[in-house]
Ligand binder design. Sequence first.
Ligand code: NOJ
Length: 723
Amino acid sequence: MTIPAYKDPARSVTERIDDLLSRMSLKEKAGQLNQWYNLGPEHYDQVRKGEIGSGLLANSSTAGNDHQERVFANSINEIQKIAVTESRLGIPLIFGRDVIHGYRTVAPIPLGMAAAWSPELIQAANAIAAKEARADGIHWGFSPMLDIARDPRWGRVAEGFGEDPFLAGKLAAAAVKGFQGNDQDSIPQQFAADRIVACAKHFVGYGAAEGGRDYNTTEITRQALHNVYLAPFKAAIQSGCATVMSAFHDIGGIPLSAHRYLLTDVLKEQWGFGGFIVSDWGAVWELINHGVAADRSRAAELACKAGVDMDMCSMVYLENLPDLVQAGKLSAARLDDAVRRLLRIKFALGLFENPYADPNASQAVHLLPESLATLRRLAADSMVLLKNNGVLPLRSDKLAICLSGPLADRRKELFGCWTPDGQEEEVTTLKEAIAGRLGPETWLHHYELPDDAVKLARSSDVLILAIGESAGRSGEDNCTATIDLPAGQEALLESARRMEIPIVAVVFGGRPLNLTRVMDWADAVLFAWHPGITGGLGVADVLFGDVNPSGRLPISFPRSSGQIPLYYNHRPTGRPMPANSRRHSRYVDSLDSPLFPFGFGLSYTTFEYGNLQTSQVPQTPEILVSAEVTNTGNRAGTTVAQCYVRDIVASVARPVRELKGFERVTLEAGETKTIAFRLGPKELSYLDDNGNEVFEAGRYRVWIGSDSNAELGTEFEISTDGR
Ligand code: NOJ
């Protein structure tokens, strides 16, 4: 008996897709584009009829209290078997889940990961997440989130890589490769058995939600779209990201899930994106709420025509696409194009040959010691030391430590948002981590009640206060009207201050917080984000000096909520006057500057940058900018050398500074290294309103240093051909 061409692995994917498409009914095509959540026995009939193409795993991954027993693989297999053996064409389902920062081995929140400025570590962390998730039967992770955010009140700032398009772009590319395992910068033809499909989201501009309120409307100019918001997505696509999620919100009245210009003209045509676009949850039917579609049929028509290929949890594609095609409102070619894009990924995953998950696979790959070690390293490297008057690092013997604060002995709070597969009891708390490493004659007093802590702290050498945000205070639908610390925490710190012993504030958080008072009252401040399963250990590694902190802020920290939006790469104004002069853009009741600039972070040693030079790279249109960096302190450490550029005169006003390069540089005490960045037309051009690169000859200013306020700078000239 001959098997149909689409089931024959010896055929090319194109042949297989052509053959399959030729056999599919309109309803089966629409069914492929229909994703539904928590598929169970009540959905078996629909699967049998070919009405569901993808499952979204939105439920818990564990059964009862026994966390060894993973239920995903079994329930996935049960329904997959129906799709494969009982539906007419036997097309396997693709299963997606929110694998956002780690899987069972929970990594730091993405904003924390970004603070490590290490594409290598992000790639490694995502490879671990992919391996763990795939072992549970998951094919597709809804990550990385690439929304540039300039408003820390927006709870989802925790899920992204911060405010800078260049940094976010580099990390996006690494995140995609970590998930997908592709060496080439293209969508994998075949995914390895320990990799998953990445999904760049939320396309695009979701982080610009007005007032920092989730799902809110946005106004974004074409300039900002192309040069800021789209940039990390472009980097993800250029590194081979296989799927993209269209966002919930609208830009200037056009909801993103009906945005033809962005989804089709830019993403699919201009950038040549060959994967598929899935809407965010319910975003297709929400076109009715947006007021651009009168009913579900029109919502399906608008979204599909705009370029959304798969409908996440609206059911409107299944209900309406066949009729829309039959009525001539939607072209059959567009429907086929959407199905083709999806099938290509299903074939690349090998689902037609290996549709099932191995229920025993997770035991062998979850929580491996080497995975925990990598994430501990990432957690430690993500910590940003904001102040240190010498109290850190702590000794580990002959020391009486008082540990207090609401987050001192908490597990879940170390996870942060979106950790459906993390198990609380697998977390090491800060208290456990500190206790576990204390040497002889060291005392750790831990007090739950702030009052006691304040009283008893007097007899201690140092007070560590673990403060900041709980895990549930950021992430989706967790926006705050201010960036102040949760109620009572400043008061706790103020009363602790009266004990007159050194205070180390360890601040956990999913967003930049107003730390003005903390800076006044604490002797050392370590910003720890939500550092994940090994986060307590990572904090202790830094507090005791095993790891010299090297984290750098991927987002500016304002002095108050009133300064928002505040970001380093803003445009100049017509009034760039000295800070103390009158009639320039400023407040009368606050300094203009952030509390901490983008890129900022201290170390237990000090670094000095000098000897900035520029030279033409022979035979190229590029300028080489180099500087020397010296470790001027007395211990080894790592600095993140950052290169910023300003286009002094251009056809449109360009930002006062833009990051164009960075490098983690590790130096022994007293050691000097030369670092260099190449700047050519590619780095120095900007995008016009249509997304075309514009390179303008003339003078540029360049700075190299340790943060976005770097003062070591010079100018260079570059001509039209880059010479
Ligand atoms: C809605 C969120 O906006 C998105 O980030 C997530 O991936 C989907 N729900 C699926 O859970």
